[in-house]
Write a protein that binds this ligand. Structure first.
Ligand SMILES: Cc1ncc(COP(=O)(O)O)c(C=O)c1O
Length: 462
């Protein structure tokens, strides 16, 4: 089976096993739908990303992008694996603190920060608050004065670098909503050079998520280094860190997938080692620094990465149960077999917004031939809640291949569902948010989020 990963996703007695634990048993025990995460896989992904630090030979900080998945049990597992954290709101910052991260392990992005969020960041002396605009920098300055503290700030740049990912995941174009122009950044450093309240210590950019082409990181480094150099030439300031964001791809698509759209296929099948992408790009920066006689700018510098997807996506599996089935004639005189599951876009929003492909297999007959086509759909009272591309644009396959004779009651598994899934979930249609299980390093499954109850559906209603 092309989805198998030794020691992680395997089959036993026909059933899918996750870290050796029977997935069908888990769905029975904890209810369906169910997210199952592997701590071993999270740690393996973090180790793989840490190889970037070895490849560049300068200061290195790995920060998990909490927005990908921020259930406390996952944040604690990330922290235990010696990884720092990137947050995007006061809420995520609060959760990071609650999970046990200290201020020096936290950096804070986001475009529309409120005063209380900035205060919380400054009070906890976090590693850096990313200023998205000059206005936001003035808010940080104001808050630091009020609190009598010095805020560490890095400047988010918008470098006009395109990536071949989905347009909603592009974040470094002038047309995107993020960051400030390089001119504004130079002005800011000059203005705050001697400030007792604002310590501008870094520059930051994030090109986008699921970047299929590693060469975008060369352009990103060029931009970051050009900024370091110009800031130094114009203000005499050397910065302490550069932050390259996240964006390393996860292989969602198997070679035998039926996704018709070529660009979508290339994006979702992308795979490369982060260290292989960043190592040579960093060498190019070193050469540029030498050529500019500015190698001192790289002395003592720290490179920050803040990946989310590449840490958590393939560590999470969504187990779902078929709840309904029917047949319907097709235009060409054939018949479609429909299966309706209990997992829909309320828990896998990207499937609707970005037509994201999650591989679907049978967890009960994992080693049976998957050669029978089904129209698959979720449970929501919403015509867009389907596992295919309702617009007919070919970004998702029209049919999913599963073993013959799938009936209501069969447990299926959607793979690579760990990122941007539960984190974006809603109770649309008053559906219970699912439970989450983490299989620990000892191979024991632990419930880290209970399934919603009726009470949760009205808990904030007055
Ligand atoms: C600023 C920033 N950093 C990091 C990330 C994480 O990206 P990814 O999950 O693709 O690694 C994102 C997500 O888009 C982001 O906006």
């Amino acid at each position: 089976m092309s989805w198998q990963i030794e020691g992680f996703l395997e089959t036993r007695n026909g059933h899918l096993t996750i870290d050796g634990v029977d997935a069908v048993e888990l769905a029975k025990r904890f209810g369906s739908p169910l997210f199952v995460y592997s701590e071993a896989r999270i740690r393996r992904n973090i180790e793989r990303l840490k190889l970037v630090g070895d490849a560049i030979g300068c200061g290195f900080k790995l920060s998990y992008a909490a927005k990908a998945m921020s259930t406390l049990g996952i944040l604690r597992a990330v922290k235990d694996a010696d990884c720092d954290i990137e947050v995007n709101s006061g809420g995520e910052l609060w959760k990071a603190l609650k999970a046990g991260f200290n201020g020096s392990q936290i950096n804070f992005n986001g475009t529309s920060k409120e005063a209380w969020e900035i205060d919380l960041a400054i009070e906890n002396d976090i590693y850096a608050i990313q200023a998205d605009s000059l206005f936001e920098l003035s808010l940080i300055d104001e808050a630091a004065r009020r609190l009598g503290k010095r805020a560490n700030v890095s400047l988010r740049l918008v470098p006009e670098i395109a990536s071949d990912t989905h347009s909603g995941l592009q974040t470094a174009l002038l047309t995107s909503k993020f960051g400030m122009m390089p001119e504004e950044a130079y002005r800011a450093v000059a203005e705050f050079a001697d400030s007792p309240y604002v310590n501008i210590c870094g520059v930051h950019l994030h090109i986008g998520s699921q970047n299929p082409d590693p060469s975008v990181y060369v352009s990103a480094f060029e931009t970051l280094f050009a900024s370091l150099l110009r800031i130094f030439n114009e203000t005499g300031q050397s910065l302490e860190h550069i932050n390259l964001g996240g964006g390393f791809p996860v292989k969602y698509l198997a070679a035998d997938s039926l996704v018709p759209d070529e660009k979508q296929r290339a994006m979702l099948a992308a795979v490369y080692e982060p260290a292989d992408a960043i190592g040579p790009a960093w060498d190019a920066v070193r050469r540029a620094a030498k050529a500019a006689d500015a190698e001192h700018l790289l002395d003592g510098i720290t490179l920050l990465l803040e990946p989310g997807r590449s840490i958590i996506a393939d560590a999470g599996v969504c187990l779902t149960t078929v709840r309904n089935a029917k047949s319907r004639p097709t235009d060409d005189g054939g018949e479609d077999h429909w299966i309706l599951t209990d997992a829909g876009f309320n828990i896998l929003l990207s499937m609707e917004t970005y037509k994201w492909y999650y591989r679907l297999i049978s967890a009960e007959r994992a080693d049976a031939p998957h050669d029978a086509p089904y129209k698959a759909a979720g449970p929501l009272c919403d015509g867009g809640d389907v596992y295919f591309d309702i617009e007919g644009e070919g970004r998702l396959p029209d049919h999913r291949l599963l073993p013959k004779g799938v009936e209501p009651g069969e447990t299926l598994a959607l793979l690579n569902c760990g990122a941007y899934s539960l984190a974006q979930a809603s109770q649309y249609n008053a559906r219970f948010l699912p439970a989450v299980v983490l299989i620990g390093r000892d191979g024991e499954p632990t419930l880290i989020r209970r399934r919603d109850t009726f009470k949760d559906l009205v808990s904030a209603d007055l």
